[in-house]
Design a protein around this ligand. Structure first.
Ligand SMILES: Cc1cc2nc3c(=O)[nH]c(=O)nc-3n(C[C@H](O)[C@H](O)[C@H](O)COP(=O)(O)O)c2cc1C
Length: 373
């Protein structure tokens, strides 16, 4: 058991926070004494209600969190995300890429429906964000809300905090950390460029202490490249009050990734987790594939701005998955993919991390040559 600011904030045993879109992973992190946080980006309010009710049953009163897209500005309000509005040149280029790779088109009779279903979840509006928040607030074990796109709008922030729920945000730059502090958030998550998903350019080693110093005494969680105890010890040495992990859960049996994707990740080395704009239009770290590589080859059209790049690649994702075209498959993953080489369980990963953390911290004076001083 560890007793520090973040453990006390949530009444948890260990300051290990875990992000996942998969409810099994989230519930198991919480059950193991840490705090799971469900990524809600792909859920409708109805689906989210089902997921949170399921997690409630599993965690038996223990706290967990939700991660939400709560932007201050909505660039596509009122504008349906219609694939017919995509630039013809981009559509043609992508179609040719997949045709040349021998990846069959979607069945004509089902294409429209499949694309609609895939794209529906991307249309974030203020009303949609409100509904998602309402669902989360109905679940008393939700004790943490993490914003994925900046500080939440003031009214939403007040509503959430008014219910005693703590609010944090993920950031990749010290300037953003200062904005979150000024907005009145309870904690921040400093995420280095090593991380999976949307990332900035600053490495964890540099970013973590910068943010810790800038927002003190506000607690900071360290994200980006944490998958084992030595990395957890480094996070504490650099001033963090806990760790926030995403990629490491990919290699667990609780993760809902397909076996094919897990096998690709087990084989991948750290440098195969690359920053690409090909998924959303913003730089995000993903497993390198022939699809991500194609976007940086000469002759590729530039990627589209968010959210149109996701609308464009919805069809590619569907075609690639249906054809089980392994070389073209990708998913968000950070550079620690290099240490994920076999399947384990969430609980085992946490236990391994804690054991190595305790050994590292205990052995540090000797390792640093200070034991005798
Ligand atoms: C598959 C996957 C999807 C992610 N999607 C989101 C997301 O929707 N919102 C978000 O704030 N962070 C997202 N992240 C980033 C995590 O919240 C976390 O900051 C990151 O994984 C930490 O770095 P690590 O991958 O090195 O552990 C995602 C991470 C993974 C692995």
């Amino acid at each position: 058991m560890i007793d520090n600011a973040m453990c006390r904030m949530f009444g948890i045993d260990i300051p290990v926070f875990g992000f996942s879109h998969c409810r099994n992973v989230v519930a198991e992190i919480t059950r193991a004494g840490g705090m799971g946080c469900l990524g809600t980006a792909y859920y409708t309010p109805e689906q989210l209600e089902v997921e949170l009710s399921w997690i409630d049953e599993q965690v038996q009163g223990k706290p967990y969190g939700v991660n939400m897209l709560l932007p201050q500005k909505y660039e596509t309000v009122g504008e349906p995300l219609d694939p017919a509005k995509l630039p013809e040149g981009h559509v043609r280029w992508q179609r040719q890429l997949l045709d040349d790779a021998g990846i069959p088109p979607l069945p004509a009779a089902e294409r429209e429906r499949m694309l609609r279903e895939e794209i529906e979840s991307m249309h974030i509006t203020p009303e949609f964000a409100d509904e998602i928040v309402e669902v989360a607030l109905r679940h008393p074990n939700v004790k943490m809300v993490v914003s994925a796109l900046g500080s939440p709008p003031k009214d939403i922030l007040n509503r959430i905090q008014g219910m005693g729920i703590k609010v944090g945000a993920i950031l990749g730059k010290v300037e953003h950390a200062l904005k979150h502090k000024a907005a009145g958030l309870d904690f921040v998550i400093a995420q280095g460029t090593e991380a999976a998903g949307h990332t900035g350019q600053v490495s964890s080693m540099v970013l973590w202490p910068e943010v810790v110093d800038a927002v003190a005494p506000m607690p900071v969680l360290a994200a980006g490249g944490v998958g084992r105890g030595r990395q957890m010890a480094a996070a504490f040495a650099l001033g963090a009050k806990g760790v926030w992990c995403g990629s490491i859960w990919h290699g667990t049996r609780e993760s809902d990734l397909t076996d094919e994707m897990k096998q690709l990740l087990f084989k991948a080395k750290s440098d195969q987790a690359v920053q690409t704009r090909s998924k959303t239009g913003k730089p995000g770290r993903m497993l390198r594939s022939k699809y991500t590589e194609a976007w940086v080859q000469p002759g590729a059209p530039g990627t589209l701005p968010m959210p149109w790049q996701s609308v464009l690649n919805a069809e590619a994702r569907l075609r690639i998955d249906r054809a089980r075209a392994l070389d073209y498959m990708t998913c968000p993953v950070g550079q620690i993919v290099g240490i994920i080489d076999n399947e384990s369980s969430v609980r085992q990963r946490i236990q391994d991390m804690l054991e190595e953390f305790v050994d590292t911290v205990g052995g540090l004076p000797a390792a640093a040559g200070l034991a005798e001083v």
